[in-house]
Design a protein around this ligand. Structure first.
Ligand code: 21W
Length: 247
């Protein structure tokens, strides 16, 4: 079973998102365990204060080292091994599927969520092994990024996805975008389902889907396309698709 412990000031946010659907089911089946630790419970202050003014002045507040480190120790002191501590931070390496895969090989992750103000740098020096961002835009805290990380890592844990659900694993893996999908009715708002999908000819269907994936990646995600090295067959498929586009 893979374990996640989350150090946060907002533990209530997690159950709302990670208690439902695929992740909720995986938790019920004991395939993953997600535990939140409220950093505020480790405040030594009678008002449960966990932040203070920054040395050197300037605006905002900084999360104090002591409550965070004590929250961490409340987990770590029970263990005979040292779990990897990931700090969700705008300064981290930007999360991608390769990093997700790497994290999914860990037995136990401790995720530290900071807040707008940021945390005392000595916490990072003392307990953090890895800093991860989810992209170059500004959020109000590390909670949503932690949930993104848990969701993306969990779906790679064997048993989390059903065999049908893991079927749709392949495409982003290979560095290609998904092909377009359709379900009933055959005609919606005067738009019909592509004929090949109605043909029952599975070789043609697979060829068409591959072609659509290549075309979409080329047109919508040139950055992803650049990293591909296409074989002869795929090059021909794409060329054919782009010709049709010109007509
Ligand atoms: C936003 C924290 C801005 C800190 C001087 C020094 C975690 C995040 C976050 C946040 C600041 C991630 C300051 C993508 C994100 C996160 C909140 C800057 C002010 N002044 N991935 N420090 N985007 N964001 N602190 O925002 O915690 S992963």
């Amino acid at each position: 079973m893979m374990k996640f412990d989350v150090l946060t000031l907002f533990p209530e946010l997690f159950d709302a998102v990670l208690g439902e659907s695929i992740i909720g089911r995986a938790r019920q089946n004991n395939i993953i365990q997600i535990n939140t630790v409220n950093i505020r419970d480790f405040s030594l202050n009678k008002h449960r204060k966990v932040d203070d003014y920054p040395y050197g002045g300037g605006g905002g507040m900084v999360m104090m080292a002591q409550p965070i480190c004590d929250a961490y120790l409340s987990i770590a002191e029970k263990l005979s091994y040292k779990p990897r501590v990931v700090y969700l931070s705008p300064q981290g390496r930007v999360l991608n599927q390769e990093i997700v895969k790497e994290l999914s090989t860990e037995e136990h992750l401790i995720l530290l969520c900071g807040h707008y103000e940021g945390i005392d740098e000595r916490v990072i020096e003392e307990i953090v092994d890895d800093e991860i961002s989810i992209g170059d835009y500004v959020l109000t805290g590390g909670e949503l990024p932690a949930m993104v990380l848990i969701d993306s890592v969990s779906r790679l844990i064997p048993g989390v996805l059903s065999s049908e659900e893991s079927y749709s694993q392949e495409s982003h893996y290979e560095g290609l975008l998904e092909y377009p999908q359709y379900t009933r009715p055959y005609e919606f708002s005067e738009r019909k389902v592509p004929g090949v999908l109605m043909s029952g000819h599975h070789e043609n269907i697979n060829r068409w889907r591959r072609q659509q994936s290549l075309k979409r990646t080329y047109l919508k995600r040139p950055d992803m396309f650049e990293r591909l090295s296409l074989n002869e067959a795929d090059r021909k498929l794409l060329e054919e698709a782009l010709k049709e586009n010109e007509e």
